[in-house]
Design a protein around this ligand. Structure first.
Ligand code: ZN
Length: 256
C-alpha cells in the first residue's frame, strides 16, 4: 500500500487502535517501567527503567482524550504538548487530574514565515526578535488557560521543512529564563539519556524505527515514545478540514 492510500485509510476508514494502545502501555508497566512526565527529567534515576510518553496534539483533541482515559485507568503519567489551536479546557482539566503534564507545542517561527510568505531562512532569522515577542505573548496566553507550564516542544510544519529551520531557533537561553521554561523536548539533556527513541507513523508503517514493545522486550533503560492522536483513529470531518487548510496554506506560501 502506498503512502497516500495509507493516509486515506487512516484518516477516513481506520477504526480506533485503542486496544493496541492499552496493551503496549501494559507491556511497559508489566516490565517494570516508570512513566515520567518531561518536567521530571531531574528525577530520572540511574538504572531505573523509565518511559517518557509524549503526545504532540497537533489536531484531534477528542482522540487525545481517549489516550488520556486509557492512561488514567492504568495510572500512567505522560506529557501532552498542545498547540494554541488544540488548547482545550476539558483535556487540560482531565490531564491535570491524572497527574499528566501540559506543555506548549509552539510554532511561532513557521507561523511568522507563513504569514509574511518568507522563503529565505536569512529573512526569517532577521525577524527573530519580532517572532520571539509573538512567542512571549502566546506563551502567556497559553499559561493563562493551561496553568503552570515549564516545558515546550517544537511543532514541525511543512514551512519548517522548506526553510530548513526549526522553531527551536527562537527559544534562546535568555527567553527560557524569562519564561521559566526548563526543558525543550529536543534538548540534549533529555535526548542524551534516551536509549530508545520511537515515534508513531502513518498507516501502514505505524512505528519508526520499531514498535515500543520491541524496546520494552529488549529492556532498554530509557524509552521515549512520541505519539500523535491523528495516527490512532479515523476522523473524516476533522481530516478534511486539516487537508483543506494545508492545501490553502501551501498554495498561499508557494505564490510570489
Ligand atoms: Zn506537532
Amino acid at each position: 500500500m502506498n503512502a497516500l492510500l495509507g493516509r486515506i485509510y487512516q484518516d477516513y476508514f481506520m477504526p480506533g487502535r485503542w486496544q493496541e494502545y492499552e496493551s503496549l502501555l501494559r507491556a511497559a508497566l508489566d516490565a517494570g517501567y516508570v512513566f515520567l512526565p518531561h518536567r521530571e527529567l531531574g528525577s530520572l534515576r540511574e538504572g531505573q527503567k523509565t518511559f517518557f510518553l509524549r503526545h504532540d496534539v497537533d489536531s484531534d483533541v477528542p482522540l487525545a482524550g481517549k489516550m488520556l482515559a486509557i492512561e488514567s485507568r492504568l495510572g500512567i503519567r505522560s506529557t501532552y504538548y498542545l498547540r494554541l489551536c488544540t488548547l482545550d479546557g476539558e483535556l487540560i482539566g482531565q490531564a491535570r487530574q491524572a497527574g499528566c503534564e501540559i506543555g506548549y507545542h509552539y510554532e511561532e517561527l513557521a507561523a511568522y514565515a507563513k504569514a509574511h510568505r518568507l522563503r529565505d531562512p536569512a529573512q526569517v532569522m532577521d525577524a527573530l526578535p519580532t517572532i520571539q515577542k509573538e512567542f512571549i505573548h502566546n506563551f502567556h496566553a497559553f499559561v493563562d488557560k493551561a496553568g503552570e507550564v515549564t516545558t515546550a516542544a517544537s511543532h514541525g510544519d511543512f514551512v519548517n521543512r522548506r526553510l530548513g529551520l526549526r522553531n527551536t531557533c527562537l527559544l534562546t537561553p535568555a527567553l527560557r529564563r524569562e519564561l521559566g521554561i526548563v526543558l525543550e523536548a529536543y534538548d540534549p539533556a533529555l535526548e542524551s539519556r534516551v536509549t530508545a527513541r520511537i515515534s508513531d507513523r502513518e498507516y501502514p508503517a505505524l512505528w519508526s524505527p520499531e514498535p515500543p514493545e520491541a524496546a520494552v522486550a529488549r529492556g532498554e533503560t530509557v524509552i521515549l515514545t512520541l505519539v500523535h492522536p491523528r495516527q490512532w483513529q479515523r476522523a473524516p470531518l476533522s481530516r478534511l478540514g486539516q487537508d483543506w487548510t494545508r492545501l490553502r496554506e501551501g498554495v498561499r506560501y508557494g505564490k510570489q
